[in-house]
Design a protein around this ligand. Structure first.
Ligand code: AOF
Ligand code: ZN
Length: 433
């Protein structure tokens, strides 16, 4: 059976690229990470790799890529600039005319339907029309109600031949743009779980030690994912055990963006006088400039923490679950609360939950995770130490298993990366007629 995504691509884009990195200036290089572009699909994959330059810094806009071709030669290329800046198309066409390039009858590859509306930027469709573009290959429609097919129709009406991708290259674009797609169509952030485990599913040993289950490549790719997602979150136990910085490092860093950080204390167990807790929060604040940090906990517990945390740390309280309710459900909707929106200045577009097993298990039990990145080390540990599961049942039965669909499988150094999506996400964004 053919896998959903092309080999080498995952939810975080082209995986090798996140480890080694390529700058747009190298786009002309013959060896383009092994992809020889001799079809529209191959060119779309190259355009997707290019779009990775805008990772994270474009949020809440999507990080789009665009390549312009004339007589089968690349004449321009670009990725979306930091939020509020130029769209990928405008970067690609930047100085073409000034530099004496004729754009008449050029062909364009773009990872998302070009916009047709006036937002912070003028419409890209108008740019293509003025440039005389005659062929446009689009990986994915833009569900933004201001666009939503208008861009494709505009270009066709202007006389261009417009092709929409299908198959693996379209799925790779859906994977890359997934946070934007979910936010636009469901008005909520994409919620993603990540963990590293041994073959027998252990995520930390009996001493809470998880350093390191996987090798450096897997860890670097995990850091890249922090760059991609809006907020990186960990549970209280992981904060106390690891004091993580939650920054992107040791991976390709095409821009200076770092993620916002949340500590989730689902059961209200944090103790304000605990020095470890205070120091770990201060470390999160100090680890990156321009990042926002918050503790998310039950509303009742907010009262106990108020005024006692480092000044830069905000508090976000979620209401108690109603009778049959589950905490994971509260942790799904907390991102849409007014307090969260005023903390970040907007609704988050994606939340990347890195552990630990208690938090992830609560989220899985409530069907609150849309996608999973599971790094698997070829090791066996045994024992009954920390595992991720469907809730915290002591003796679960097979009929209780949570089920995800496989999106991609990759080898990363000596480890594996398995990426999965929930059924609703698969049906909405990865299965096309
Ligand atoms: C494109 N190319 O590179 C991106 C697009 O406020 P604005 O003008 O920046 O428009 C934001 C919207 O434009 C965003 O919600 C999405 O629909 C689209 N993003 N479109 O043609 C790009 N980033
Ligand atoms: Zn645009």
């Amino acid at each position: 059976m053919e896998s959903l995504l092309p080999p080498g691509f995952g939810l975080g884009g082209h995986i090798e690229t996140t480890l080694r990195g390529i700058s747009p200036g190298q786009l002309h290089a013959a060896d383009f990470q092994g992809i020889v572009p001799n079809s529209d699909n191959d060119f779309i994959l190259r355009t997707l790799i290019l779009s990775m330059n805008g990772v994270g810094e474009t949020i809440p806009n999507p990080a789009v890529g665009c390549i312009a071709l004339k007589n089968d030669e690349i004449i321009g290329f670009g990725a979306t600039e930091a939020y509020g800046g130029r769209h990928a198309e405008r970067v690609a066409f930047g100085n073409l005319k000034d530099n004496g390039h004729s754009t008449e009858n050029s062909a364009v590859y773009v990872t998302l339907e070009p916009c047709s509306h006036h937002g912070k930027q003028p419409p890209c469709c108008e740019l293509f029309q003025n440039a005389g573009v005659s062929r446009v290959v689009v990986a994915l429609g833009d569900p933004n109600p201001l666009v939503n097919g208008r861009g494709l129709r505009y270009l066709e009406a202007a006389g261009a031949r417009v092709l929409l991708s299908h198959g693996q290259s379209a799925a790779a674009a859906s994977a890359w743009h997934l946070p934007f797609l979910v936010q636009q169509t469901q008005n909520r952030p994409l919620i993603v779980g990540k963990w590293a485990q041994t073959l027998d599913g252990v995520v930390a040993d009996s001493h809470h030690n998880s350093k390191w289950i996987t090798g450096p490549e897997a860890r670097a790719h995990g850091h890249w994912l922090r760059l991609k997602y809006d907020i990186t979150a960990v549970g209280l136990g992981t904060l106390l055990a690891d004091a993580p910085a939650l920054t992107a490092r040791d991976c390709w860093l095409p821009n200076s963006r770092q993620p916002h950080a949340c500590v989730i204390d689902p059961l209200g167990h944090s103790i304000p006088s605990d020095k470890r807790f205070q120091d770990a929060l201060a470390k999160l604040v100090a680890a990156a400039d321009n990042r926002k940090v918050a503790v998310v906990c039950p509303r009742e517990h907010v009262k106990e923490l108020k005024g006692k945390l480092p000044a830069a740390v905000s508090l976000i309280g979620f209401p108690p679950p109603n009778e049959a309710g589950r905490i994971g459900e509260m942790l799904k909707s907390v991102w849409q609360q007014d307090e969260t929106i005023s903390w970040l200045g907007r609704m988050p577009q994606s939340v990347y939950i890195e552990g630990g097993s208690t938090l992830l298990s609560l989220m899985i039990e409530a069907e609150a995770l849309d996608a999973l990145h599971v790094f698997i080390a070829p090791k066996l540990l045994g024992g009954d130490a920390h595992r991720v599961g469907n809730g915290t049942h002591k003796s679960p039965q097979l009929s209780m298993a949570a089920h995800f669909d496989i999106l991609s499988t990759s080898v990363l150094g000596g480890d594996m990366l398995l990426e999965l999506v929930s059924k609703p996400i698969k049906e909405s964004f990865f299965v096309r007629g």
